[in-house]
Write a protein that binds this ligand. Sequence first.
Ligand code: UDP
Length: 476
Amino acid sequence: MQNSQPHAALLVSPGMGHLIPALELGKRMATHHGFHVTVFIVAEGHASTSLLKSPNNYPENLDVVLLPPVDISAIVGPDASLTVKMIFIMRQSLPLLRSEILTMKIRPTMLIVDIFGTEAFTIADEFGVLRYVFITSNAWLLALSVYSSAAAKEVTEEHVKKHKPLKIPGCKSIIRFEDTLDALQDPNDPLLQGFIALGGVISKADGILVNTWEDLETSTIQSFRDTKLLGQIVEAVYPIGPLVRWVGQGGSDHPVMDWLDKQPAKSVIYVSFGSGGTLSAKQMIELAWGLELSRQRFIWVVRPPSDHDASGSYFTIVQSIDVDSDYLPDGFLNRTRDVGFVVPMWAPQVDILSHPSVGGFLSHCGWNSTLESIMNGVPMVAWPLYAEQKMNAALLAEEIGVAIRPKQSPVGDGVVGREEVEKMVRKIMVEEEGRAMRKRAVELKYSGEKALSKGACSYNSLSQVAKECLQCLIGS
Ligand code: UDP
């Protein structure tokens, strides 16, 4: 059965970095653009469930459906990469999505998937609904994706095999091989072919939504509109961001908030590596020493180290276990008691970043964390770990101008030494370079807020999507 209201079905792959922006997108579509929205969440750990129970309830015309968890242990081993696990979890969840849609009284008009959900387009075709992709990262990653498919030979031969920098038509920054996406690092990795194929599927979607806005990535967005540049490959790209959570949505009764209330303005650096980021044992010791030597106040979200997997906590059930001081330098917690607050596993990030005592963020550069930092006017020390995070770090440091990067890379065997950590932290918190970046972040915060306001670019992009959906409804 159909009705006259467009109905968007959103399929969300596991991970807070996918769930948080998808829920924000769903809320905006339901609140401002006349959609009925059903969000299908592919199950994962505790954090998402607690987020779903958050007191900030959803608009009336938004439903959330948790798909039952799937078991992939017979298909992939425990040591498989995060990407491989995600691909199989999503594949196994497709029959569950199909059954759910079959039982719906009012069928969707469109299916929106994230980059791990494109196999669900077969279900969209089966039900004859529009196929949209939501890129929860930036336009530059989208550019890399569609360009890698359109110019697969050049990208493989020159960038992946010869390690040459990659210039994507119309994009301001180049992608140095050292900063490239994980999937482009090894010509023999099957994920490379997977990424190339993915770009082809994304290019053919009815529309692509991206969590960015005009002022943040001007040249890349323009390139998508220019039929001589990336506009040759894709037609309908909609920058709809910045979609981020706001204060009070992250659990502000946490004790860290009382501690923050007692600290001077802009004096605290927040240190966190997203929902899955994990450091090696050696790196944790150096980071701890660097923070202590910097003599700056800090909040650090600490997880047990992992020497072989920088995304080691991604599927971990998030729970507040005590901080085990065994993996911190001897006496660190005691010595830093007056200036530091160590939070085990998971912190109320948006509440922390929006607190006036916070003046910097040492971040893994996941795109949600990046937007949350910018939308609170907080400059960053970029500490990328996996996926597209090194590209994000380069974008923030070299194009957008809101982050500094350590000289060494903290990934692989690389370890950022304590002196470098100390230098970076002091630079962002107390030196002129940090002050200039804070000013730039505040400017972008205002421009992001404006982009979302009625009649402005990101608002209009979603209105256009609503129009396309209505036309499809009328035509059907
Ligand atoms: N997050 C949080 N508390 C934490 C760690 C992460 O609230 O201790 C949230 C963070 O605010 C962000 C999301 O989880 O919205 C992580 O997404 P991001 O894209 O930054 O990184 P990912 O986890 O996907 O690598």
